[in-house]
Design a protein around this ligand. Structure first.
Ligand SMILES: [Zn+2]
Length: 294
């Protein structure tokens, strides 16, 4: 999503009472999804300190923070939460993709001594191009393999960083298979319509299906409340519905803008948020571009 000129709706997501809430602030709440694993569900309609979702995974020999969040203050707050909850400072920070709402807090992230910041080469390069990029932090970041998964060994458990793409040219998911938890980055949005600004739509649909095939019990979306398998199935239905709308628009010879104006979300999803009204047209246009090229 873009932080610029959002047209927020006033509705806020309620905690689903599925997991205990260990911290609650205007910008989000930290839910304990498993022993040593916490997910941040940001509430950007209220406060944009953290802006995106993310999390903390703690093991015997280290702690991973997922995402660098929307501001230095947000990233600092997450590091402080990691210390409070685990008794130690975080050792690793993973950036799932380059968008500013996930990377603008990199300087705050890097204030933790000796923290290892990890991202793919594409993510690091694209992040450098952002206005106000934390170039010093990015220059010393560890490059993740863009083809093979990377394991962060935390002693008694591992976090598997899986390279994927679709939301952007390079996305990472952070997975803890034995606890059945997947941190999805922006490949998954829940109760919010996804941003297709940089998407490769067919790859996005494929990536989400592959994540669904892991049969995880908890998916931490990039934005919106925590998702289970049922919520992922609903999200896949939405992605398919957007594709179908793009195909119809091409058959009728209408523009993405007109198709976006006419688009209605599938039944049961009409209360989903859009960060910007243009998101329907962006999504349909993204599909039309890809389908037109093939
Ligand atoms: Zn994004």
């Amino acid at each position: 999503m873009s932080a610029a000129a959002p047209l927020w709706s006033q509705r806020l997501w309620a905690a689903q009472e599925r997991f205990p809430v260990e911290a609650s602030e205007p910008w989000g709440r930290l839910e304990r999804v498993a022993e040593g694993i916490w997910a941040l569900v940001s509430t950007p309609l209220k406060d944009q300190t953290t802006l995106c979702n993310g999390g903390i995974v703690a093991g015997r020999s280290g702690t991973v923070i997922i995402e660098a969040f929307g501001s230095d203050e947000g990233a600092r707050w997450m590091a402080a939460q990691a210390r409070r909850l685990t008794g130690r400072l975080p050792t690793h920070a993973v950036i799932t993709h380059y968008h500013g709402d996930h990377t603008s807090g990199l300087r705050g992230t890097a204030e933790t001594p000796d923290i290892d910041v990890l991202g793919t080469d594409v993510t690091i390069d694209l992040s450098m191009e952002n206005r106000n990029a934390a170039t010093g932090v990015l220059a010393s970041a560890t490059e993740l393999d863009r083809v093979r998964p990377t394991e962060i060994d935390l002693g008694d458990r591992s976090v598997i960083l899986v390279p994927r793409r679709g939301h952007t040219a390079s996305d990472i998911t952070a997975e803890v298979p034995e606890e059945s938890v997947v941190f999805c980055g922006d490949l998954v949005w829940n109760e919010m319509f996804p941003n297709y600004m940089d998407a490769v739509p067919s790859r996005l649909s494929q990536a989400v299906r592959l994540m669904r095939a892991t049969s995880a019990s908890t998916y931490v979306p990039g934005h919106g409340p925590l998702a289970d398998a049922v919520a992922i199935d609903r999200y896949i239905d939405l992605l398919d519905d957007v594709e179908a709308a793009a195909r119809r628009a091409m058959d009728r010879g209408i523009s993405a803008e007109q198709a976006g104006d006419e688009y209605r979300m599938p039944a049961g999803m009409t209360d989903w948020h859009r960060f910007q009204p243009s998101y329907f047209a962006t999504a349909i246009g993204s599909w039309m571009e890809e389908l037109g090229d093939s």
